[in-house]
Ligand binder design. Structure first.
Ligand SMILES: [Fe+2]
Ligand SMILES: [Fe+2]
Length: 201
């Protein structure tokens, strides 16, 4: 399945807030860089469509975790949180955050295929995600917390949520990391066979 097909499958899981979800997606697809934005300037998925690929991947991983660990949480919650946790990376409607880098030296030597739009109004990315989503889709407290703190303790400012994460927050943190490190970066899953050896062995 292509990323686009997987994206369409995820959309089908929205039932209760379909009207609001559809309005948000329509705005994203028509007025923002949502379908073309990279996921970063020089790290993972720094190419056209990278953000959508990452977002679809995280939503799918989150759905798998939900099924195994927390079927009480709705699939709809997982799709909204997984798919849009990084939506702040689009910037704002009409003001994309990432612009194609025209400096060939930086592109070739440093792998910086994109650069941050110098005209953006700075905002923490997770805050911007929550800000954008909340304008369109009514969220539960858990969904809001999960979007806001999805980077977990990798981000200094997220200390404030330590030990107070709701289950959905824990799940999206793990889904985000696993998707980026294993599926996108391709970190191999190998069994560690170097057992402890006794001296004189
Ligand atoms: Fe993120
Ligand atoms: Fe992410």
């Amino acid at each position: 399945m292509t990323v686009k097909e997987r994206y369409e499958e995820l959309k089908k899981k929205i039932v209760k807030r379909k009207e609001e979800f559809d309005a948000f997606v329509d705005m994203l697809e028509k007025k923002t860089s949502w379908l073309t934005s990279p996921a970063s300037t020089r790290f993972h998925l720094n190419s056209e469509g990278g953000l959508l690929e990452h977002s679809v991947g995280v939503a799918e991983t989150l759905l798998k975790l939900r099924e195994t660990l927390a079927p009480q949480i709705s699939e709809e919650s997982c799709v909204i949180v997984g798919l849009f946790h990084d939506v702040g990376k689009i910037g704002m409607p009409g003001k994309p955050r990432y612009l194609k880098n025209t400096n060939q030296w930086e592109v070739e030597k440093r792998g910086m295929t994109y650069k941050v739009n110098p005209e953006e109004t700075y905002m923490n990315l997770a805050v911007r995600s929550l800000y954008l989503i909340a304008k369109y889709i009514p969220l539960s407290d858990s969904e809001a917390q999960a979007i806001l703190y999805h980077d977990g303790q990798y981000v200094e400012a997220n200390k404030e949520v330590a030990h107070r994460e709701v289950p959905l927050t824990l799940l999206v943190q793990f889904a985000d990391n696993w998707t980026a490190c294993i599926y996108e970066e391709g970190r191999p899953i190998q069994e560690d066979t170097d057992y402890y050896k006794k001296e004189n062995d």
